[in-house]
Design a protein around this ligand. Structure first.
Ligand code: AMP
Ligand code: MN
Ligand code: MN
Length: 326
């Protein structure tokens, strides 16, 4: 079993709060991925089984490839107006509350629970259940599901396996420990639909996605003795390929997979800001580099948003990576 190490609230404390409250809002981060959504949906389903009221807040639309998740259609910007004043707001998979976006009504701190696995989580909640040795926020949620005594059915199992497959890159990243595989096997036995997850998230790419990949690779540059690969994508390239931001999801991993490349960056210049995705093969901490520029994430996968030009973002990221030993 995975070592249980919360750097904030204990499992018992969080369980007591989940049992005591009657209403919940599960909050996922902007540009949601399978971890932030899968973790919140799984815990939400479990809480509903206990007779609780659950709503889901998501600032952005749910990406096409995650709409298969049970209850995904419930995640929206609009919240019920009659939520009780002691509703617990549960933030999943974010190191700071600002990752929830700008349109989230700010809940009172005493009504916030932060469930996460990021390095350098800011402990912004009244309750902070942060296990940074877990592969996904979904496996952090598993500790709570066991304590709640809710049976892990097909729906919950599919949500949790989605969090694992998303954050391990389909069991390929180094966070795929033996216990991650054991938990995944158990989830499959309980009905998790691994085929569907594979098809939706990894295997079934839109033509526009593949065309856009080609365009992005055309912009690629190698630097620092070809240990650093970076590329960009902008609104015009999306339009040319009939693509949108969702079609760029996996591209940075393709850049990182080039032989000899230790760090890869994809600069996404959309709507007047530059979102940067960083990946490392394990020597340089891209989390530390992103943190220098107001972003965050994990040692090998991180991100940040730069409000300025593409050229500025490229220079700033280069300097931050060099400062971290690239
Ligand atoms: P992405 O490249 O968008 O897949 O993100 C990789 C990792 O970096 C994820 O763990 C994100 O939560 C984190 N991350 C991405 N963007 C930001 C940001 N602007 N601020 C903090 N963390 C981020
Ligand atoms: Mn995430
Ligand atoms: Mn995650």
């Amino acid at each position: 079993m995975i070592e249980e190490r919360s750097s904030g609230s204990s499992t018992e404390e969080v369980l007591a709060e989940l049992q005591r409250r009657c209403a919940f809002v599960m909050v996922s981060h902007v540009k949601p991925d399978g971890d932030t959504l899968g973790a919140g949906l799984a815990l939400g389903i479990a809480l509903k089984r206990l007779g609780k009221r659950v709503a889901y807040f998501q600032e952005d639309p749910v990406p096409r490839n995650l709409r298969f998740l049970p209850d995904a259609h419930l995640a929206a910007r609009r919240l019920p107006v009659d939520l009780p004043s002691d509703t617990l707001w549960v933030f999943c998979d974010m190191s700071s509350a600002s990752r929830a976006g700008e349109s989230l009504p700010t809940p009172a701190r005493e009504n916030t629970l932060n469930i996460d696995h990021h390095l350098g989580n800011e402990h912004f909640g009244a309750y902070n259940y942060v296990l940074d040795n877990e592969c996904s926020t979904g496996t952090v949620v598993m500790h709570l599901l066991r304590g709640l005594g809710v049976e892990i059915d097909e729906q919950i199992a599919t949500c949790i396996l989605t969090t694992i497959m998303t954050d391990t890159g389909g069991f390929m990243h180094s966070n795929t420990t033996p216990s991650v595989l054991e938990i995944s096997a158990d989830l499959m036995r309980r009905g998790a639909d691994k085929e569907r997850i594979t098809e939706e998230i990894f295997a079934n790419k839109r033509l526009a996605t593949v065309k856009l990949l080609g365009r992005i690779i055309d912009t690629m540059r190698l630097a620092h003795d070809a240990r650093y690969a970076y590329a960009y994508v902008d609104d015009a390239m999306l339009a040319e390929c009939g693509a949108d931001g969702e079609d760029t999801e996996d591209t940075v991993n393709v850049l990182r997979s080039i032989e000899g490349v230790e760090v890869a960056a994809l600069f996404k210049a959309f709507d007047g800001e530059v979102r940067v995705s960083l990946r490392s093969s394990g020597r340089v901490s891209v989390q530390a580099a992103a943190a220098r520029l107001g972003g965050g994430g994990h040692f090998r996968a991180s991100g940040l948003t730069h409000r300025g030009t593409l050229d500025e973002a490229i220079s700033a990221v280069d300097a931050a990576l060099v400062a971290e030993g690239l």
